[in-house]
Design a protein around this ligand. Structure first.
Ligand SMILES: Cc1cc2nc3c(=O)[nH]c(=O)nc-3n(C[C@H](O)[C@H](O)[C@H](O)COP(=O)(O)OP(=O)(O)OC[C@H]3O[C@@H](n4cnc5c(N)ncnc54)[C@H](O)[C@@H]3O)c2cc1C
Length: 388
């Protein structure tokens, strides 16, 4: 039992402690090492899997902990607060795990969920396209029914950690004649990461993180009939099942980064003396740290609220967007204040802050941009005209 978003239960505190213990041997230096080697954070990932933390939101019958997104938020935040903000947590367990739990067939769940829970398997998630971007209505990747199953054609871009994934959950357009609704629609398909006809081209990005990004080209990639997740042509429900947990887990990751940065900023500002008192005694240094802490506390509550709504099967779209926007602001403010408090050392690799600049900046663009979240909030919360 997670408790309410306002008061954490003893079980939640114990869960936090378990995550801290699992992460203790690693820290930011491990994160940098695997990121620079462009590798999978295998040791940390296995430690999290062994402690039952990757599968907290996966049902027990598939090897998980049988809890929910609220618990995945705790895990993701604590992992990031330990200095290892793994985007992979927002992708593989959050989007793909939740989508399969809610919309996968029994066979798909049996194939994938135990591996996602143990950490043995990871899934990539592919929705973004070069010519569609934020506007998924312009998606061009198609899935056409064949005698054996489905044939996928098109391109996806900025797809993370395909090089370390066993499978890809991919979103494609389904024509009216193949659609369960008789109209054009979207479908979700599970494909092997090494499927014939799939090629991946690495995109170089200026972000320190172990996950690499790829443009994928799909040239008549054949997937079997039982690879469809949800209903072909009526995949919106399955799509949104994954997108909200991705936003919530991204917010949790950013909250963890903010905690990590503020802890470092506060410590340094308490110890560093260049006049007669520690620099933290100067309000110009203390206030940005304090203001970022205020934002962070608001963000953690909003994130917990979004997770609670999702777990209660209530509409979590607006709350997930609000949490993600607030968390992006909190993490940006916290990292900036912590770097400023460090002076020149804020730029040094050794102090482990500027190493996170690219990643924190990314989350104003992905998995959903702040502008698209604000579009949603403007319409849903304020009743403003739809702008997209
Ligand atoms: C490191 C990294 C990892 C990623 N991982 C994945 C992944 O694993 N899987 C995946 O599918 N995708 C992934 N993405 C893609 C990411 O989700 C997209 O980049 C993001 O959704 C924005 O789409 P876009 O880049 O096409 O920007 P565009 O849609 O081209 O938008 C460009 C700018 O215009 C703004 N904009 C667009 N439309 C509007 C509007 N109507 N109103 C106001 N502003 C607007 C956007 O907010 C943005 O600032 C990743 C991206 C990066 C950089």
């Amino acid at each position: 039992m997670i408790g309410t978003p306002l008061v954490e239960s003893e079980t939640t505190k114990a869960l936090r402690q378990t995550v801290r213990e699992a992460c203790a041997p690693f820290g930011h230096s491990y994160f940098l090492e695997v990121s620079r080697a462009h590798g999978h954070p295998r040791k940390l990932w296995s430690a999290l899997g062994d402690a039952g933390l990757l599968g907290v939101s996966i049902p027990e019958e598939f090897g998980g902990g049988g809890a929910g997104t609220a618990e995945l938020v705790i895990v993701t935040e604590e992992v990031a607060a330990s200095g290892s903000p793994l985007m992979l947590l927002a992708l593989s367990p959050a989007v793909c795990g939740n989508t399969l739990v809610a919309h996968g067939t029994q066979a798909q769940r049996e194939r994938w969920l135990p591996g996602l829970a143990s950490g043995q398997d990871v899934l990539a998630y592919a929705i973004t396209e070069p010519d569609a971007g934020s506007n998924s209505h312009r998606m061009r990747t198609t899935a056409r029914r064949t005698a054996q199953g489905w044939s996928l054609n098109g391109a996806k871009t900025y797809i993370s950690h395909v090089d370390n994934a066993q499978g890809i959950l991919i979103v494609a357009k389904v024509r009216a004649e193949d659609s369960v609704t008789g109209r054009d629609g979207l479908g979700l398909f599970l494909m092997d990461a090494d499927a014939p006809g799939l090629t991946a081209q690495k995109i170089d990005v200026e972000i320190t993180s172990p996950e690499r990004q790829f443009t994928l080209f799909l040239d008549n990639v054949e997937v079997s009939a039982d690879s469809v997740v949800g209903e072909p042509g009526n995949g919106i429900a399955a799509l949104f099942t994954g997108l909200n947990p991705e936003r919530i887990a991204s917010a949790a990751l950013l909250n963890g980064i903010a905690r990590y940065a503020l802890a470092k900023g506060a410590k340094y500002a308490s110890e560093r003396v260049v006049w007669d008192v520690p620099i933290g005694a100067h309000q110009a240094i203390a206030h940005p740290l304090a203001r970022a802490h205020v934002l962070l506390e608001a963000s953690r509550l909003l994130t917990a609220r979004a997770a609670a709504l999702y777990d209660a099967d209530m509409d979590a779209g607006e709350a997930s967007n609000i949490a993600k926007v607030c968390a992006s602001d909190a993490a940006s403010a916290a990292l900036d204040a912590a770097i400023q408090a460090h002076g020149g050392n804020g730029m040094a690799t050794e102090y482990g802050l500027s190493t996170l600049l690219g990643l924190v900046r990314l989350f104003r663009i992905a998995p959903v941009s702040t502008e698209m979240s604000l579009n949603h909030i403007a319409r849903k919360s304020l009743g403003l005209p739809k702008s997209y």
